[in-house]
Write a protein that binds this ligand. Structure first.
Ligand code: ADP
Length: 218
């Protein structure tokens, strides 16, 4: 279903979100104080508007309350990010997503009621660290501080064992939810079929259990 997004701040983060949402077929409204930033996304936005997110009148005039989602992606100016979020909150927008610069910024955003808070640099940093430190971890999504969904590459060590043999739930407390083979995801893998080298196991569980599985089986 087509949704309406307003993005305030079209730096690297804001503009890449803008492009993705636009390509997904959503309606995107881009707001920035810098006309050059708006020019750069004009192909990927349904509307652009030059203005300051901290300006209450601007938010009123663009009808910010009519958007399903507002994303505040103002970079270094933490004060402007907080004030903008506060004003948007007053307009009772159902989903306010904000990019945070640091833990202090995060805490304030949480207090004033931001619905989702992103730390793109930090998140990207831990993802890259995970790739660099493991040959078998291809990707992961953090569900919470403790739980993740992770993609792991099957090595020759695990090849030939079926999901029944691996018995990952009982032995490690984590679950293989899908197997990717030559780019195709199978969400109902045959439990008796042996895993092959270079299959990708998509698993969910506590991070410590997933690590135990990886260390023992891959
Ligand atoms: P990133 O790390 O995502 O690249 P930047 O700091 O480069 O972040 O970009 C933030 C964007 O937010 C810039 O395009 C800047 O012009 C815009 N911006 C900063 N303050 C405001 C504001 N008060 N209202 C609207 N846009 C703003």
């Amino acid at each position: 279903m087509k949704k309406q997004f307003a993005i305030i701040g079209l730096g690297r983060f804001g503009s890449s979100i803008c492009k993705e949402l636009y390509h997904m077929g959503h309606e995107v409204f881009a707001i920035d104080t810098d006309p050059k930033k708006l020019e750069a996304v004009s192909e990927f936005a349904d509307h652009t508007f030059e203005g300051d997110g901290t300006d209450e009148n601007l938010l009123q005039n663009v009808g910010i309350r009519n958007f399903d989602h507002v994303i505040v992606a103002i970079g270094d100016d933490i004060q402007a990010s907080i004030l903008t979020t506060l004003h948007i909150k007053d307009h009772e927008v159902p989903n306010i997503w904000v990019k945070a610069q640091n833990d202090y910024h995060h805490k304030v955003l949480e207090k004033i009621g931001a619905d989702r808070i992103f730390h793109p640099e930090k998140e990207m940093g831990s993802r890259i660290a995970a790739y660099l430190t493991s040959d078998t971890v291809l990707d992961y999504i953090d569900l919470s501080a403790d739980y993740s969904i992770i993609e792991m590459l099957a090595t020759s060590k695990i090849a030939g064992k079926s999901l029944v043999d691996l018995d990952s739930r009982r032995r490690y407390g984590c679950t293989i939810i899908a197997i990717k083979e030559q780019g195709k995801v199978n969400v109902t893998p045959d439990p008796e079929k042996p895993v092959e080298k270079d299959n990708v196991l998509i698993m969910i569980g506590d991070k410590r259990d997933l690590r135990r599985f990886r260390d023992a089986e891959l």
